[in-house]
Design a protein around this ligand. Sequence first.
Ligand code: MLT
Length: 274
Amino acid sequence: MMVRVADVDLYVVDRGSGHPVLLVHGFPLDHSMWDGTIERLARQDGYRVIAPDLRGFGRSSGPNQSKLTMAQLADDLAELLDALKVRQPVTFCGLSMGGYIAWQFWKRHPNRLERLVLCDTRAAADSPEAAQVRLQTAEEVLEQGTAHIAASMVPRLFSERTRREKPQLVEKIQNAMVSTRPETMAAALRGLAEREDFTEYLGRIDVPSLVVCGQYDAISPVDEMRGIAEAMPRARFRVIEGAGHMAPAEDPETFCRVLEEFLATADQRPPPSN
Ligand code: MLT
């Protein structure tokens, strides 16, 4: 369904009832990367699964600006929850760019957050060189379209095994990337290039958290993600064997098992101390 949020219409899948689990996709994708998770989680009693296409991505409208910041995308999600009348704090589950948005959600909307699930993401900002490459890529995408960047990203997104055994998944994700509007891709690249460094905040993020990484993730490697989990006071860390950067999409069975175990056993956040 489409939901009006601020100045855009967001497409959102909203299934089941119970504790709200917000699934936030990576760059430059849409909610369909979570199809395997949505299907499995919605079958369980007790969860409301909410999986939007972020502003400008998938079937959502926008972007209405030349830069999409992680803060704005986090604010859109808080407004989306208002529009859907979700009053209770959510489990925010984000992959990669979805994780960068999760950090901002924690900072800007702490009362709406019960737990965090950080999949194949980073806490560090881009190096100046990496940021420069993103800005250059933004210009290239506007001039040449999205096919080139999609083709260059695919080998880094999946493990060798996934590429060999799940060509339809690889094709589906590549198609989602190619069909992203060049204006959205460029605006998101500019926002990604200037995203905030969260490494200094990690020790203060005290909601129950699950940090998940594909064994062969080439973008947010296992050692880096383990370091994120170790720096967070209430995080547990899980590796999805045989998967790459798109671990939840590459192996939704294992990912959902790990997610459901976390949802069933993680403590709720403690009452605020004053
Ligand atoms: C993603 O999967 O969201 C991207 O790889 C994030 C990034 O480019 O840093």
